[in-house]
Design a binder for this molecule. Structure first.
Ligand code: 5RP
Length: 237
């Protein structure tokens, strides 16, 4: 016998956090119009965006999507969402992605999933950049979440020392007891600051260090944030 439940029952089954991710992810699809080239982010909130977008595509919506990770590319391809590369486009109309922390000025920390470099390239190139989050991600001042920094494997130990000198504890990211390797074949250093006083300045300082590819600080990049609130959403500009 197949287990069936109503939409309302289903939303009660999903825990609140997951429900909010779903609300935000699904709402974001309203911003995608016919003919657009769309940057597709990475993570568990973006999962819901991709599911709904796949449905819209099956109903006839015409889009081209550029994924920020191999994981997202696979998810989208499974739903027959058309995928393109930078070779085939000269602009991105909209990029939609999750975030690990969002402050009141819509500066964000990203990279919890290790896709920050591709995510930043795509967000920067897009005409509009939207982040989708659950309420737990909102913060007065950035720093509650650790800051992911992508670095070259060569000399990562030296790069980590220079970053630590900026006032944080640095941990090389591991997964299943192995060093985590990004889609760009780099390593991720997770940097634990007690507080980030000036995120823009910190971003510049870390980017100056040789060996750093980029940081998870996305400063002045977000146009709009969709926050899941239960099964509803709030839009912050
Ligand atoms: C991946 C990211 C993600 O967007 C971020 O970690 C949020 O993920 P989730 O929606 O699963 O909480 O930056 O590199």
């Amino acid at each position: 016998m197949k287990f069936r439940c109503t939409v309302k029952e289903r939303s009660l089954i999903l825990n609140n956090n997951e429900q909010e991710k779903r609300s935000a992810g699904e709402k974001a699809v309203d911003f995608i119009k016919d003919g657009m080239t769309v940057g597709l982010g990475t993570g568990s909130t973006v999962y819901w965006l991709i599911q709904k977008l796949g449905k819209r595509v099956s109903e006839g919506l015409k889009v081209k999507c550029i994924p920020t990770s191999i994981h997202t590319e696979r998810l989208a391809m499974n739903l027959e969402i058309p995928i393109v590369t930078f070779n085939e486009i000269d602009k991105i109309d909209i990029a939609i992605d999750g975030a690990d922390e969002v402050d009141k000025d819509l500066n964000v920390i990203k990279g919890g999933g290790g896709a920050l470099v591709r995510e930043k390239i795509i967000a920067e190139f897009a005409d509009q950049f939207i982040v989708i989050v659950d309420q737990k991600k909102l913060s007065e001042q950035l720093g509650k979440h650790f800051l992911p920094v992508e670095v070259t494997p060569f000399g990562w130990q030296a790069t980590a020392k220079y970053i630590a000198n900026l006032g944080c504890q640095v941990k090389l990211r591991e997964e299943d007891e192995k060093i985590f390797v990004s889609d760009n074949d780099n390593y991720i250093l997770d940097c634990y600051f007690e507080k980030i006083e000036d995120a823009a300045k910190l971003n510049e300082k870390i980017k100056m260090i040789t060996g750093v590819v980029d940081t998870g600080l996305f400063i002045d990049m977000v146009d709009l944030c969709i926050v899941g609130k239960g099964s509803d959403t709030e839009i912050i500009k």
